[in-house]
Design a protein around this ligand. Sequence first.
Ligand SMILES: [Zn+2]
Length: 155
Amino acid sequence: MLNDFTEKVNKITREITNKAHDTIDAAKLNSSINRAKQDIEEAYREIGKIYYENFALEENELFEEPVNRIRENELKVVFLQEQIHQLKGIKVCEVCEKELKQDMSFCPYCGNKMKEEPVEEAEQDAEEQDAEEELEVEDELKVKEEPGAFETETE
Ligand SMILES: [Zn+2]
């Protein structure tokens, strides 16, 4: 009688322990499954990125839409970041990517010489073009002044 009771208690205890054990194991297994699934998703993303970086330049209709979406969004990000920089009155060092004041000509973190402002570059280009055009005009005048050319016309 006592043995039976003890045995019943032991049996229930074993069952509860087993159930608790099962619950813990199932939770652990489920989270392992979720980690594995996340890893698969991550691997898919990596495959996509590798494809995009290595093969997206080759025309492929299958990937045209998402490839265009990536390119448009990359341009958008550059444009938006530029707006943030202007709002904050900063520019970003191309070498170390630290934020600097817009009037700095050298990066104080890595010593990189900053590019001149785009407006100044545009002005320089315009000046260079003007100089080239002037040289071309001079060459044309020289050709017209050559006596040989004049003589062949008259004969
Ligand atoms: Zn720097």
